[in-house]
Design a protein around this ligand. Structure first.
Ligand code: URP
Ligand code: ZN
Ligand code: ZN
Length: 476
């Protein structure tokens, strides 16, 4: 099957060119001067008119949690529903987190994640490995990860008793990661101190969702980020801080990078657009209205007035932050977020955004915050380079997988579940209700197969393949 995408503006991280894109089977085979008949007048099987539209590499969301067990429940999107929603939103690859819980073998946790995903994904998928219990066995199991195509793993300085690692465990894991060349991904918040603050708030009757954000103060993120940087420096292990929301923590990453350390930072759409005041604080005078539970996530939403949101945009502009992933971890209000109705500590942490990342970042282009090429760099190219997929993914060039999105800058996307709106994530609410985007994902193609076109989903749940990843490109 050949596809010719005609008349569009091809946008890569390196710039734009008006070109026709020829796809043969699963690959991009040529970029042609517009009007050139492909391969000496051989007509393509399918022609897509992209006149006036952008032709961009499919989005790569490098931080998702399908079916993550958390807080006595599990994330509401399956690999099928989550990857289908991703395709609707122009994302053609995800990197999800395989989970090893304390007391479980890493190999068993990973095998379970393969079982959950295999045959169920609409788009391609890879895994990072969560190491939820660093001990002799799990350290030994890290030896096998690269052969499995898993070149990054995540540790948690938060969630004591669940995924938490103390400094001694982090040190040992980083020593191993340095030896193997794995990227250490860090949830950088001081979990034990946060738990004390949270208990004090709850005991004082401050049990509403707003207080989740108060307990997880920015100092807790800054401190943990600095500690992780120093442990990384000591061990020589490259470090990637996930879901950053505090401006002071980003300053730590910037400081480390200025010193030449191999430290990278990721933020998420929620930390660019949503705030503690607007989404949680303004809900009731007592700061207690339970609707705020929709936006309970960790790290928490931060104060716009204190400049955290602006700092995230600035970090993206200056490249102090390199990545934007969703940390897609959806929970319904009914039966899930509701578990914490009487105590914010029992609200499962997470927001669902996998369908909206490409659009939400495009709005940053419209609003003059990032350039068109930076948009593509953030949604596709840097994730591919950071996590060993570049060349195959993240770029429109001959030889790359035909993961292509036709994006209409004159289109419009109304996000949410209200009147005239819809989403495809398995959630009974939207954290993004009412957001209006000056752009639209018209066509999503994954390895030469059209998944979304003419407002219809044409994909299948078994199309997605497991991505064995190479080492990061950002290190020598
Ligand atoms: O609130 C969040 N981020 N939930 C998902 C788990 C994690 O820490 O990434
Ligand atoms: Zn985390
Ligand atoms: Zn996460």
């Amino acid at each position: 099957m050949t596809i010719l995408i005609k008349g569009g503006t091809v946008v890569n991280a390196t710039g734009t060119v008006v070109a026709d894109v020829l796809v043969d089977g699963e690959k991009i085979v040529a970029l042609l001067t517009p009007g050139t008949e492909p391969l000496g007048a051989i007509a393509a099987d399918k022609v897509i008119d992209a006149t006036g539209k952008y032709v961009i590499p499919g989005g790569i969301d490098a931080h998702t949690h399908m079916q993550l067990p958390f807080g006595g429940t599990q994330a509401s999107d399956t690999f099928e529903t989550g990857t289908t929603a991703a395709a609707w939103g122009g994302t053609t690859s995800i990197i999800d987190f395989a989970v090893q819980k304390t007391g479980e073998r890493v190999q068993d946790g990973l095998a379970h994640w393969h079982e959950l995903a295999a045959g169920n994904c609409a788009i391609d998928y890879g895994f990072h490995q969560i190491i939820g219990g660093v001990d002799d066995d799990s350290l030994k199991a890290m030896d096998g990860l690269i052969d499995e195509g898993i070149t990054s793993y995540k540790l948690f300085m938060a969630y004591p008793g669940v995924f938490y690692s103390d400094d001694a465990q982090i040190l040992r894991a980083m020593q191993k990661a340095r030896e193997l060349g794995l990227m250490t991904m860090m949830h950088a918040e001081n979990g034990p101190a946060i738990d004390v603050l949270a208990a004090q708030l709850a005991e004082a009757g401050k049990t509403g969702p707003y207080f989740h954000g108060i307990a997880r103060a920015w100092q807790m993120e800054e401190e943990a980020t600095h500690r992780a940087i120093m442990l990384s420096d000591l061990t020589g292990a490259p470090l990637y801080i996930v879901h950053m929301s505090a401006k002071q923590a980003v300053e730590q990453v910037a400081w480390a990078r200025d010193k030449g350390k191999n430290v990278f930072g990721e933020t998420c759409p929620q930390y660019l657009y949503l705030s503690l005041e607007k989404q949680l604080g303004a809900r009731s005078e007592e700061w207690g209205d339970f609707e705020g539970a929709k936006w309970v996530c960790s790290t928490p939403l931060r104060s716009e007035e204190e400049g955290h949101l602006e700092a995230m945009w600035q970090g993206l502009r200056t490249n102090d932050l390199q990545m934007v992933s969703t940390d897609h971890c959806p929970f319904c209000m009914k039966d899930q977020k509701e578990l914490g109705k009487d105590d914010f500590r029992a609200i499962p942490n997470g927001i669902g955004s996998i369908e909206h990342r490409v659009d939400l970042l495009y709005q940053g282009v419209v609003d003059g915050r990032i350039s068109l090429s930076r948009w593509v760099e953030l949604i596709a190219t840097t994730p591919a380079r950071m996590f060993g997929l570049y060349g195959r993914k993240g770029v429109i060039q001959p030889g790359a997988d035909a993961d292509i999105v036709v994006y209409d800058p004159n289109g419009h996307t109304s996000i949410g579940l209200g009147e005239g709106r819809t989403h495809h994530m398995n959630m009974d609410h939207s954290a993004w209700e009412g957001f209006e985007i000056d752009g639209h994902v018209d066509v999503t193609i994954s390895r030469g197969t059209v998944l979304v076109e003419d407002g219809q989903f044409k994909g299948t749940k078994g199309h997605g393949q497991f991505l064995k990843r190479d080492l990061t490109q950002y290190l020598v």
